[in-house]
Design a binder for this molecule. Structure first.
Ligand code: L34
Length: 291
């Protein structure tokens, strides 16, 4: 029997409906949640993600403030913009789309964001608080993945979760969320230094592929019945398509479908959840600032 496909758009829609009500309640207090979206340069994938984020804000009745800056922008200019946005009462959340061009000091830019407006949860304050189990903004992609796993209804306590990838924005925070008592998984983190990746992935009840490498996870690497979450968003050449490329995950979907118990598609899996949890954090930021 093929795996059940986890519909990220559907789960995202359920969360967005609940958020709509909270946004209405804020509007009764004359507050419209506002998100500042900063994009430096014109990387086509980044342009499409930030456009989708701005569209999602508009769709749900939030404001977005768009900053499209040239890739010659300097660290100091970005930091100055962030300081201005930190002080702006109409802005409840600040998002700096990553990656930034190589000459920019990414750490200094992120650290300039006021923690209470850091709706990506990327500042050291938020990540530190998250690690300590304190109230914090949880990074959007890991948070969305937890929601997808919860949505399947599979028992997670005592399972073995294998995270393939150790980025600051997905792998590291996700591994931490999976060991929380509410999930109670035992976690293995694999990365480019792992020898014999399949030896680990084959023992995963929950397998999360967040390496950014198309086709990394093949059917023989997956335990029958496993829950497979594909975080990859890789553009690969596809001469048949109009754009000349297509989007694929880190998992070879067609073959893993026959082995896994649950699987997320790309597109339509984790991506829509990332955007939804950004809205979620921005609404939460606005609520906190309103009391
Ligand atoms: N600051 N930078 C910051 N925050 C983030 O949370 C991100 N991320 C990652 C890249 N840089 C970031 C995103 O927004 C990845 N990411 C992201 C967001 C949305 C989607 C994919 C990645 C998405 O909507 N994916 C759609 C398909 C989009 C398409 O067709 O190109 C999907 O259904 O998977």
């Amino acid at each position: 029997m093929p795996a059940s496909i986890i519909d990220g758009k559907l789960v995202a829609q359920e969360i967005r409906s609940a958020l709509s009500e909270r946004i209405s309640a804020l509007k009764h207090k004359n507050i419209v949640p506002g998100l500042a979206v900063i994009l430096v340069g014109e990387d086509p994938a980044s342009v499409s993600y930030v456009t989708a984020k701005e569209q999602a804000c508009a769709d749900i009745g939030m404001k977005s403030f768009e900053y499209r800056l040239p890739d010659t922008t300097r660290t100091e200019e970005l930091v100055a913009l962030i300081h201005k946005l930190n002080a702006d009462k109409a802005v409840h959340g600040i998002l700096v789309q990553l990656p930034l061009p190589g000459h920019i000091d990414e750490f200094s830019v992120i650290e300039a964001i006021a923690p209470e407006k850091d709706v990506d949860g990327f500042t050291s304050i938020n990540l530190g608080k998250m690690l300590l189990g304190q109230d914090a903004f949880i990074p959007c992609t890991p948070h969305g993945i937890i929601k997808l796993i919860e949505h399947t209804g599979i028992p997670t306590k005592g399972t073995h979760a294998v995270v393939v990838g150790r980025s600051n924005i997905v792998g590291k925070p996700l591994a931490n969320l999976l060991i929380r008592k509410e999930i109670n998984a035992t976690v293995t983190i694999c990365h480019t230094g792992t020898v014999n990746l399949a030896d680990f992935t084959k023992h995963a009840d929950i397998l999360i592929a967040c390496a950014g490498k198309a086709g990394l996870i093949t059917a023989d690497m997956v335990k029958p019945g496993a829950c497979v979450i594909d975080v990859g968003v890789n553009r690969v050449p596809a001469p048949q398509s109009k754009k000349g490329w297509k989007l694929v995950g880190d998992v070879l979907f067609d073959e893993v479908l026959d082995v896994a118990g649950f699987i997320t598609p790309v597109p339509g899996g984790v991506g829509p959840m990332t955007i939804t949890m950004l809205l979620y954090n921005t609404v939460a930021a606005a609520e906190k600032m309103s009391v």
